[in-house]
Design a protein around this ligand. Structure first.
Ligand code: ASP
Length: 466
């Protein structure tokens, strides 16, 4: 195979014959001359064909052998990084011909109907704006991994086929073929496994975790999302907050993000409600919004429990007593309120160790110090109205692990889709997910959910009723 030169390298190669490969971005026929803008992942370059290149269609994939030539002074295009050169085509080959496209790849795509963009997402992603977002996401992940490694965090994967972990949403369930009538749940988060890794002595864990929650779909949100999930042993609330703050600051800056404040301010839930009327708020001035600054803040001292919302089946199921958790049933209360929790007293006043990270009006993360002693976790489920047998069935495995040497621990999860959305200055999560779902839960490109055959249902011992 001839060695491939990337478009961005051609500017340095005047006088040389190169082989470039990519997509026909535009084609202009001028009689004997054809001008092609060839695009690859590194940029676009003008190619001039003296022979006919009439059969080339835009967005076809081609290969060109050609001589890199300096452009005459008055032909230089200062808007393009390769505007000082052009390539004289000697030979070319079509590697994959494009027929007429269902959507335009040029422009930012915002004028195109979203359903159509998602159906042809592989074309939609070709546009420069989308390429930049895909790259930004990758760079941000690399920066996070780098910062986590520097702090001795260990990356561990946890199961996708598992048992329910409560995060306040419904589970997606998966039937077991080998054990008819039994089901796995897809993880709403790795919460319990990451705590068990603390029992296992991992001390500092992280994972880029896919989380799957059957929630009522909000305007820009699908059923699955990605969290940076982490957990640390032998820590108190302030330790987790300061470690996370350092990692977030450094990673955000590594991809060009600018912070409004170097030190994230901390508000109590009560202060936040009084000051902003909500536990998510935007600290930026109009000017700072224009400048695209990131304004982070912590919120702490949330109530542990709330009255159940009778319209929400998942909440009603958890809160048999009329109370359910506000954030996470595995959290510890603040130390001053441990006694109340153990006795099931003053339930409305019990505060949790939960900390939420807010950025530009969005919730950008949340976590807590955990109840690592069995009696505390049991007390939480008691407050929610679970019987002893129900507690055993639901979190018996955690209680067992808490009796064999589990260190005090706490952690957090950061909603990465949201970070990328803020960093890319976009308003919708769908813009920063390669293959997002639409607002009614249909997958991009492929038509799911869809029906399955009668044979498959039989093999799974399932019957569709109604
Ligand atoms: N499991 C929690 C969540 O997914 C985060 C945490 O407390 O670490 O929101």
């Amino acid at each position: 195979m001839t060695e491939r030169t990337l478009v961005e390298q051609t500017v340095e190669m005047i006088g040389q014959v190169v082989t470039i490969k990519g997509w026909v971005s535009t084609k202009r026929d001028h009689g004997k001359l054809t001008f092609i803008d060839l695009r690859d992942r590194s940029g676009t370059v003008q190619c001039v064909g003296y022979q006919k290149m009439g059969e080339l269609t835009t967005e076809s994939v081609i290969e060109i052998n050609g001589l890199v030539k300096a452009r005459p002074e008055k032909m230089i295009n200062s808007n393009s990084p390769t505007g000082t050169i052009e390539i004289d085509v000697q030979e070319y080959a079509v590697l994959n011909k494009a027929k007429e496209l269902p959507i335009q790849v040029e422009g930012n795509g915002r004028e195109v109907n979203e359903e159509v963009r998602l159906k042809y997402r592989y074309l939609d992603l070709r546009r420069e704006r989308m390429h930049k977002i895909v790259q930004l996401r990758s760079d941000f992940y690399a920066a996070l991994r780098n910062n986590l490694a520097q702090k001795s965090f260990v990356e561990v994967e946890t199961p996708m086929l598992t048992k329910s972990t409560k995060e306040g949403a419904r589970d997606f369930i998966v039937p077991s073929r080998l054990q008819p009538g039994k089901f796995y749940a897809l993880p709403q988060s790795p919460q319990q496994y990451k705590q068990l890794l603390m029992t296992a002595g991992v001390e500092n864990y992280f994972q880029f975790a896919r989380c799957i929650r059957d929630e009522d779909l909000r305007a820009d949100r699908g059923f699955e999302f990605t969290q940076l999930d982490l957990e640390m042993s032998f820590v108190q609330r302030e330790d987790v907050m300061s470690t996370v703050e350092e990692i977030v600051k450094s990673s955000v800056k590594a991809v060009g993000g600018q912070l409004q404040q170097e030190q994230f301010p901390v508000f109590s839930y009560q202060e936040a409600m009084e000051k902003f009327g909500a536990d998510k708020f935007d600290l930026r001035t109009e000017q700072e919004k224009k400048e695209g600054l990131l304004a982070f803040a912590w919120v702490v001292n949330f109530p542990f429990f709330k009255k159940v919302d009778k319209a929400d089946k998942a909440e009603v199921q958890d809160g048999k007593s009329g109370w359910t958790f506000t954030h996470n049933p595995f959290s510890a209360p603040i130390p001053e309120h441990e006694e109340w929790l153990l006795k099931g007293e003053n339930v409305a006043q019990i505060l949790t160790t939960q900390y939420d990270l807010v950025c530009n009006g969005y919730e950008a993360g949340g976590g807590s110090i955990r109840a690592h002693r069995p009696e505390l976790l049991k007390a939480t489920f008691k407050v929610m109205g679970y019987s002893d047998a129900e507690i055993q069935a639901s979190v018996g495995h955690m209680l067992e692990a808490f009796e064999v040497g589990t260190p005090p621990h706490g952690g957090i999860a950061l909603g990465l889709d949201r970070y990328v959305m803020i960093l890319a200055n976009e308003n919708s999560l769908r813009e920063v997910i390669a293959f997002p779902m639409n607002s009614s839960g249909k997958t991009a490109v492929m038509d799911a959910p869809s029906e399955v055959s009668a044979e498959l249902l039989k093999e799974l011992s399932l019957k569709i009723v109604g």
